[in-house]
Every structure is written in structure tokens, then in C-alpha cells.
Design a protein around this ligand. Structure first.
Ligand SMILES: Nc1ncnc2c1ncn2[C@@H]1O[C@H](COP(=O)(O)OP(=O)(O)OP(=O)(O)O)[C@@H](O)[C@H]1O
Ligand SMILES: C[C@@](O)(CCOP(=O)(O)OP(=O)(O)O)CC(=O)O
Length: 354
């Protein structure tokens, strides 16, 4: 019997991936850029066990068994890993041995907090350890076939997923732009507005967008390429002002595409819009960008903020979004904040650094 356990991080996109040009291979219509978060607060943890005595492949997610069906994304990732194992001459674990896979997320699953990214990155990385396959660009193409955004979670720091041009997807890979210590004072505050399962999964939402949105064409052709170049420059030069503006505009445009989908996909709610408004007012008061929001396919906000601005921003958030019911520890996690501040914390909160 062989067993490995790995953890993998969440990544939050700054330039969003939304729309596929090939459904099965998961090839995107545009490049995307993300920042990988620390695993201290949010991660997926996966144990893969291979045994001669197992009769079939099985998988459990957060304690519940999920189907391991022929043609599923899970099955495709496993087949791809077996292919790489053969290509690498790895003979550690016979490919005929069946697997038991157990994975847990220490944060809400399918709530727009990138659980599929951490989950499939963790699955593919664990399998690569089991079969002795080195981390490579090619491995990112395997994670990509589990969930597109997962390819970016195989690297820390800032990561670009290149759309690629080839039909077989071999050039649709993730590459690190800058390592995790490149911008050490870059922090993320995650404001958990609602941790329920979202109504329209990302896969379905983006399928509908490609079919029905006119705005997505403009976004892919006219907007994203220039934003990718400018965001890369902002990251390279630690330019928070450019970083913040590009990030907020791209989040807004992604949600505009979701609304331009027919029927529309509504991921943000009233509280999300109040957070957007709060961040703009706050930045106006500060005289420059001190915080940048981005929202994935859900109502929860990720705020990018430099370490030196965290305490001030946090206390402003707590004033605007007071929460009398809060048991501090449940509502504020991940930051060494005195208890008295925790008690007035606003909404569920997790602090992470890059
Ligand atoms: N730890 C995990 N291991 C394997 N698969 C996982 C794991 N966590 C989540 N998934 C898969 O990802 C699906 C959720 O993906 P979905 O894209 O709907 O939500 P999300 O990733 O949380 O949100 P978003 O991608 O919009 O940020 C789950 O239903 C499951 O199939
Ligand atoms: C809004 C997003 O988080 C969308 C993520 O979509 P997924 O990677 O979950 O979709 P599939 O490839 O269909 O599994 C933006 C992003 O992470 O770039």
C-alpha cells in the first residue's frame, strides 16, 4: 500500500478566467492572472491511497462519497497522470492498483471561494507525488482538466494561465510570474458575505456566457490582452495603484458579462455592492488606492491591501458593517487582532498573505 497527503492553496484571480473554447479539455477564451494565497488559512487537503486490495477507485469530498464516473473530470485527471507516469518511466505504484481519495476543504465548498481550484490542484499534485512525477508545466495541463482555475494553484505567488493556441491544449499552461516573496506586504482580506453553495456553478455560468453574451467577445478581444500586459508590469514594479485599478475594473467587467448572459447570472448581492461602494469611498478618503476588491462567482469579497494599511482598513470595515451577534472568534480569523476589535467584527473574515 502507498499513501500520500498534500495540501494545496486557493488562488484568487485578478484578471478573471470566464469562458471556454473547448469544454472537455478546459481551454479558456482568455489568459488570466491570479495570486495564490497562503495555506495557513485556506486549503484543500487530500490523501490518496493505492492498494492492490482495493476493488475500485473511490473518492470522498468533505466526508461524503462522490461518484468516480467514467468520463468525469476526476477520471480524466487520473488518466492523464497515468499517462505522465508512463512517460516519466515511473514504476513506483502499478497503474492497475485502485485508489481511495479523501479530500477536505477547510473553507466553504462551491461558494465562489475557489474550492475547485485548490481541490483539483491538490488532487493532481497528490497523484503526482504518488506516481513520482515532477512538478512541471505539463502537470498544470492536467490540473486544468480538473477545473480551469486549478492549474494556477500549482504555483505560489502571482501566476498567469496562458490561453494557448493549439487544439490539443498542450500550450494552455500556467506559469509563475513572480514568486510568493516578491510582494511580501501584499495581503488579502476575504469578507465572507454568504458561504452557501452558489446557484449557478462557474462551469455552467461561463458556458451560458459564451453562448449568449455579446460583451464577452469585446472583453476577450479588446480588453483582456492589454490588462494582462499592464497587470504584469504593475506586479513587476510593485505599483499598487495600477494593480488596484486593473483588479477592480476586471472584477466589475466579469460581473457585467455574467449579467449580460441570458438568462443573467447574478453572483453579487446587496452586501457585495455595499462593499464595492465602501471601498471606493474609502479610497477617495485616503486620497489614493489603499484597497482593491475582486469578486469571483459568488457574493464574497476579496480585498487586496498592503500590510501597513490592514489595521486602518479593518477598523473602517468594522464601523461600516457592525455585527452585534458576532462571537469574535467565528467572525474574524487569521489576523492577530485584539479581542475587543474581534467582538465588533462585521462579517465572516479571513486574513491571508501571499
Ligand atoms: N477538495 C476538493 N477535491 C476535489 N474536488 C473538489 C474539492 N473541492 C471542490 N471540488 C470540486 O469543485 C466543485 C465546486 O466548484 P465551483 O467552481 O462550483 O465552486 P468554487 O470553486 O468554490 O467557486 P469559484 O470557482 O467560482 O471560485 C465541487 O462541487 C467539487 O466537484
Ligand atoms: C470566477 C472564476 O473563479 C472562475 C473559475 O472557474 P472554474 O475554474 O471553477 O471553472 P471550470 O474550469 O469550469 O471548473 C475566475 C477565475 O478563477 O479566474
Amino acid at each position: 500500500m502507498f499513501s500520500v497527503t498534500c495540501v494545496a492553496p486557493v488562488n484568487i484571480a485578478l484578471i478573471k478566467y470566464w469562458g471556454k473554447r473547448h469544454e472537455e479539455l478546459i481551454l479558456p477564451v482568455n489568459d488570466s492572472i491570479s495570486m495564490t494565497l497562503s495555506t495557513d488559512e485556506l486549503c484543500a487537503k487530500t490523501t490518496v491511497t493505492a492498494s492492490e486490495s482495493f476493488e475500485r477507485n473511490r473518492m470522498w469530498l468533505n466526508g461524503e462519497e462522490v461518484p468516480f464516473e467514467e468520463g468525469s473530470r476526476l477520471q480524466r485527471c487520473l488518466k492523464e497522470v497515468h499517462r505522465l507516469a508512463v512517460a516519466n518511466g515511473s514504476q513506483k505504484v502499478p497503474p492497475t492498483w485502485k485508489l481511495h481519495i479523501a479530500s477536505v476543504n477547510n473553507f466553504p465548498t462551491a461558494a465562489g471561494l475557489a474550492s475547485s481550484a485548490a481541490g483539483y490542484a491538490c488532487l493532481v499534485y497528490s497523484l503526482s507525488r504518488l506516481y513520482d512525477i515532477p512538478l512541471s508545466e505539463e502537470l498544470t495541463t492536467v490540473a486544468r482538466q480538473g477545473s480551469g482555475s486549478a492549474c494556477r494553484s500549482l504555483y505560489g505567488g502571482f501566476v498567469q494561465w496562458h490561453r494557448g493556441a493549439l487544439d490539443d491544449g498542450s500550450d494552455s499552461v500556467a506559469r509563475q510570474i513572480a514568486p510568493s516573496d516578491h510582494w511580501p506586504n501584499m495581503h488579502v482580506l476575504i469578507l465572507v458575505v454568504n458561504d452557501a453553495r452558489k446557484k449557478t456553478a462557474s462551469t455552467r455560468g461561463m458556458q451560458q456566457a459564451v453562448k449568449t453574451s455579446q460583451l464577452i467577445k469585446h472583453r476577450v478581444e479588446q480588453v483582456v490582452p492589454d490588462r494582462i500586459t499592464r497587470l504584469r508590469e504593475a506586479i513587476a514594479s510593485h505599483d499598487f495603484q495600477a494593480f488596484a485599478e486593473i483588479t477592480m475594473k476586471d472584477s466589475n467587467q466579469f460581473h457585467a458579462v455574467a449579467l449580460d448572459t441570458y438568462p443573467p447570472c447574478v453572483y453579487m448581492n446587496d452586501v457585495s455592492h455595499r462593499i464595492v461602494s465602501f471601498v471606493h469611498d474609502y479610497n477617495d478618503r485616503m486620497g489614493s488606492y489603499h484597497a482593491a476588491y475582486t469578486f469571483d462567482a459568488g457574493p464574497n469579497a476579496c480585498l487586496y491591501v498592503l500590510a501597513e494599511h490592514v489595521p486602518h482598513l479593518l477598523s473602517a470595515i468594522q464601523k461600516v458593517f457592525p455585527n452585534d451577534l458576532a462571537d469574535g472568534d467565528t467572525y474574524l480569523r487569521g489576523l492577530p487582532i485584539p479581542k475587543v476589535q474581534m467582538l465588533s467584527a462585521a462579517i465572516g473574515f479571513t486574513g491571508c498573505s501571499c
